[in-house]
Design a protein around this ligand. Structure first.
Ligand SMILES: *[C@@H]1O[C@H](CO)[C@@H](O)[C@H](O)[C@H]1NC(C)=O
Ligand SMILES: *[C@@H]1O[C@H](CO)[C@@H](O)[C@H](O)[C@H]1NC(C)=O
Length: 992
């Protein structure tokens, strides 16, 4: 007690001192000259001013009051407002700013200011507006913030502020706007925030706040918008929560750990327009009173444990009075209801309805056709039976229709083909029969078509191949017959075509060589005959080719040797004969690719007899055909690449923010190292020290003179592209530093030798650990590594003024240090993306399987593409399945496998090592459910639907904490330091 009193007294004394110092500074005669020197001090602390705002304009030769961004008061002629928003400035705030004693508004939003807020800011007691949003400030919010009692708007959103929020914030009783979102604040939300009885907007989202939401917040009657989305808040909502919020329009509580029921009193906040309670642990009934919210437009209750009244069962009777409702998101709740015919009475504004995975039974009602504004409808992963009603053809605004994973029967109504705006049609995994409607070519906006796993018969209508903008088509596992149309060659942007497991017959048309964007082609398990067309050499982007289980005869055309991206080939179970080609991708194929054919011959490795000398005749003919089919497409590729190179050059000028600014950047000063020193360090690059080989060269372990271990990445300069890769990697690594990125120690760059000296990572890479036969990672270790990777990505995407896209995330690029901390490596093909928007680039050598669809199809590089790769990586880390594993070629993909596991059992698909090593199945299942849900969110087909990396990190941290607390009491994972290394040398893959 005595201690507390002393403590209080000291604090009190300190604040008096602070106050006094305010008064004394004010007492000093401050005038416009002091203001001028304060602003010149600020100018001196700006290290980069891309638009030369301050350098040209802020000079002593003109009056301060005429400087850009400065406003002076008319009476006293002092600076009252400073606005430097959106100027790309890099710098810090000097203490001199505290002398601008008449300042009322201080706005430096959206620049790159860093450092912490100087204490002298506390002198600005006239401040009403302080906006530091969208900068890179760090440190804590000091308690002196409570002295700025005139503040009405405090905006610190999107910085790196950390620590606890000081309770003194409760002194700012004039505040109307408080934006603290997207920082690293932690600890409890101080209950003093409840004192802010003028607050209109309270935004605390995307931080690490713990504990409960202070009850007093629900008593701030002026509140219009309240967000704590993406924290770790727990506890329940007060049963009277809506009673004192007459002005509340928006409440965002999603992505927390809130539990209990949703109080029926929420509807007393009658002005509510947007309600997001998604991704929590709310249970019990969805309150029917939500239907009283007359103004409601958005209701998001996804990913909870909510149900509806068992007598009622009809979901939409709840919402028939919400006349303005336009987004209704209830997916992943065990609703167990039916869709009543009255669905047609829902708001005519309804645009989005998502009922994925809600255990919905019964039929799809006919009146669904009345929802005429609908653009998105998912009823996937439910238990719906009966036919697809023809009235669906009336939903003329529909862009995405997902009815996959139900028990729908009957034909695909041709009325679906009236949906001229439809971009995605997912009807896979049902019992649909009959034919694919001939009029499908009316779906001129269609990009994704999935009808796999149904009972469709008859031919594939050739009209399908008129939809030349299709990106992915999956018709696998049906009973489709007939031969392939010649028109298939029109599909210039198609990236994935899966027609496997049908009854297709006849020859593969030569025109197939026109599919120049195709990455993945499976025609496996059909009755195709004749030879493999030479024109396959035109499928220049192909990575996966599966022709297994047909009646194909003749030779494997040598033209396939030019397919430089081909990673997987399967021509097993056919009637092929003759020599297996030896060049290009064939160097890497194994016997499994060629099993069970008539008379193939070739190298011993492929388990086929050696070839006898063949005559030259047929080879010559083949040469002519190669010229005819392959060269034109190669020409096109070269043209595309050079166009892109030129546009990159032009673009480079815009990017000069990074490259021409070497002096002002906080560059890590790399020491240069000589070739001679590297020779010594690696014992002359001896094979003993070879760690592995990567796409652009070899990696050696080395010991520097001072004894430190390093990894030395030596570029193979004979490979085309290696120079560029080196430059890109240097350029990128020079600007970045983060605990989860591999650190560069030095570079060695001569005309004929280039090497990067990197931090040595003694525990190898994630790939080795995942696929080791002797070691395995437990849940917590996997979560930790993936959190490390997300942190690295967050830094790349958001930590610097120009976002950096890694472009090649995969397990072999995740390195592990002594403490099993993950470090992202290999920036050989990373991209700087100016303005944060996506940018069309040439197709580089990103790894198939991890590549986002829009990257594969259109070469669009964006941070969202990395998020997609991250999602795949997340799935792989917990399932131990490679995204291009053999098992996925025919009908499945890793993503699909995970999607389906949601309705079956998630434990079915996970790494069996996890099942055998973890004891608490319930905890593991909960954790996996959340993790795989997150992975699917990362892998949304459309980039704009993907979650951003900041939220990925927040959610994964949350999942980890929950898991850790669930298994608390049990062993918390092994001490990683005692774990050996899973065959670091034997895998022969480069960890760098
Ligand atoms: C401001 O005050 C300083 C002395 O404190 C004086 O030298 C200067 O002339 C004053 N400037 C103006 C513009 O009044
Ligand atoms: C300060 O900002 C507020 C809100 O943007 C604005 O209304 C006011 O006019 C500004 N005052 C000055 C002195 O610029």
């Amino acid at each position: 007690m005595a201690d507390q009193t002393t403590c209080f007294l000291i604090l009190h004394f300190l604040s008096i001192l602070l106050l006094m110092s305010c008064l004394t500074t004010d007492a000093k005669i401050l005038n416009i000259t002091t203001d001028q020197s304060a602003l010149l001090a600020l100018k001196a602390h700006i290290s980069y001013d891309p638009h030369h705002i301050l350098t040209t304009n802020w000079s002593s030769s003109t009056s301060v009051c005429n400087w850009v961004g400065v406003t002076c008061g008319s009476r006293h002629h002092r600076v009252i407002a400073l606005n430097l928003s959106n100027n790309g400035l890099v710098g810090t705030i000097p203490p001199h700013i505290g002398n601008l004693s008449f300042l009322v508004n201080l706005t430096i939003r959206n620049n790159s200011f860093h450092g912490s807020m100087p204490n002298e800011l506390s002198h600005l007691y006239r401040l009403e507006l302080l906006n530091f949003g969208y900068n890179e400030f760090g440190g804590e919010i000091p308690s002196w913030i409570g002295l700025l009692t005139k503040l009405q708007n405090l905006t610190l959103v999107r910085n790196n502020f950390k620590g606890k929020l000081s309770p003194e914030i409760g002194n700012l009783t004039k505040l109307t706007l408080l934006y603290l979102g997207s920082n690293n604040f932690e600890g409890a939300i101080p209950s003093e925030i409840g004192n802010l009885q003028n607050l209109e907007i309270l935004s605390l989202g995307c931080n690490n706040f713990f504990g409960t939401i202070p009850l007093d917040i629900f008593n701030i009657s002026t509140l219009q918008s309240f967000s704590v989305v993406g924290n770790h808040l727990s506890g329940t909502l007060p049963s009277d929560m809506g009673h004192f919020l007459p002005n509340l329009e928006e409440i965002f509580l999603g992505m927390n750990e809130l539990s209990g029921t949703i109080p029926a009193s929420i509807s007393n906040a009658s002005q509510l327009i947007k309600v997001d309670l998604s991704n929590n642990s709310f249970s019990g009934l969805i309150p029917k009173t939500l239907g009283n919210l007359r103004l409601l437009q958005l209701l998001n209750l996804e990913l909870n444990n909510l149900t509806i009244e068992s007598l009622e069962l009809s979901i939409f009777s709840y919402f028939s009075n919400n006349a303005y409702l336009n987004q209704l998101l209830l997916s992943m709740n065990p609703l167990n209801g039916v869709i009543p015919n009255s669905i047609g009475n829902l708001s005519s504004f309804l645009k989005t309805i998502d009922l994925t995975g809600c255990n919905i039974k019964g039929n799809i009602p006919i009146d669904i056709g009345n929802l005429s504004r609908l653009t998105y409808m998912s009823l996937g992963g439910n238990d719906l039976a009966g036919p697809i009603p023809t009235t669906i053809g009336r939903l003329s605004m529909l862009e995405r229709l997902k009815l996959f994973g139900n028990r729908l029967k009957g034909p695909i109504p041709s009325d679906v083909c009236y949906l001229g705006r439809l971009g995605e049609l997912f009807l896979d995994g049902n019992k649909l029969s009959g034919q694919i409607p001939e009029s499908i070519n009316n779906l001129t906006s269609l990009k994704y078509l999935n009808l796999a796993f149904n009972q469709l018969t008859s031919r594939i209508p050739s009209s399908l191949w008129m939809l030349t903008y299709l990106l992915e088509v999956d018709l696998s596992s049906n009973s489709l017959s007939g031969s392939l149309s010649l028109d298939i060659g029109n599909m210039k942007v198609l990236t994935k075509l899966n027609l496997s497991r049908n009854q297709l017959s006849g020859h593969i048309p030569e025109t197939i060589g026109g599919l120049i964007s195709l990455l993945n082609l499976s025609l496996a398990v059909n009755q195709l005959e004749g030879s493999i067309p030479i024109s396959f050499g035109g499928l220049v982007s192909l990575v996966v080719l599966d022709l297994a289980g047909n009646n194909l005869s003749g030779e494997i055309p040598k033209s396939l040797e030019v397919l430089r991206y081909l990673k997987y080939l399967n021509v097993s179970y056919n009637k092929l004969r003759g020599e297996i080609p030896t060049q290009g991708p064939f160097v890497n194929f194994s016997a499994e690719s060629f099993m069970s054919n008539d008379a193939l011959c070739g190298v011993v490795r492929l388990n086929v007899p050696t070839c006898k000398d063949a005559s030259l005749g047929p080879k010559k003919a083949m040469g002519v055909r190669i010229l005819k089919y392959v060269l034109p497409t190669l020409g096109l590729t070269i043209f595309v690449v050079s166009v892109v190179l030129v546009s990159r050059k032009l673009h480079g000028k815009k990017n000069s923010k990074l490259s021409n600014n070497k002096d002002s950047m906080p560059l890590s000063t790399w020491r240069r190292i000589s070739h001679q020193q590297l020779l010594q360090a690696t014992e002359g690059f001896s094979a003993n020290n070879l760690l592995g080989e990567g796409s652009f060269g070899s990696v050696y372990k080395g010991t520097l003179l001072d004894g430190t271990y390093v990894a030395i990445k030596v570029l193979n300069l004979e490979l085309e592209g290696a120079f560029k890769s080196f430059d890109i990697e240097c350029e990128i690594l020079r600007h970045i530093r983060h605990r989860n990125l591999v650190k560069v120690i030095s570079v060695c760059s001569n005309i004929d030798f280039k090497a990067l000296v990197l931090e040595y990572m003694p525990k190898g890479n994630l790939e080795m650990w995942l696929y080791s036969n002797t070691h395995s990672l437990n849940m917590l270790q996997r979560l930790n590594i993936m959190i490390d990777v997300a942190a690295a990505l967050e830094y790349l995407h958001l930590g610097y003024s120009t976002p950096i896209v890694h472009c090649d995330l995969k397990p072999s690029n995740i390195l592990l240090d002594e403490d099993m901390v993950g470090h992202v490596a290999d920036f050989g093909i990373a991209k700087l993306v100016s303005d944060g928007i996506s940018l069309t680039q040439t197709m580089t050598m990103a790894t198939i399987g991890y590549m986002a669809p829009e990257y594969g199809s259109e070469g669009i590089v964006s941070t969202r593409g990395d998020v997609y790769s991250y999602g795949i990586l997340l799935m792989e880390t917990f399932t131990r399945n490679k995204p291009i594993d053999d098992m996925f070629i025919g009908e499945m993909s890793l993503k699909r496998l995970v999607e389906e596991s949601f309705s079956l059992s998630i434990l079915e698909v996970i790494d069996s090592n996890l099942r055998s090593n973890e004891n608490d199945y319930a905890a593991m299942e909960t954790c996996l459910f959340a993790t795989m849900g997150l992975a699917l969110h990362c892998c949304a087909d459309l980039p704009e639907q993907r979650i951003d990396i900041k939220n990925v990190l927040a959610r994964l941290n949350k999942i980890k904490l929950k898991h850790a607390s669930n298994i608390a009491g049990e062993k918390q994972g092994v001490d990683v330091r005692n774990v050996g290394n899973p065959g670091f040398d034997s895998l022969g893959k480069s960890p760098y």
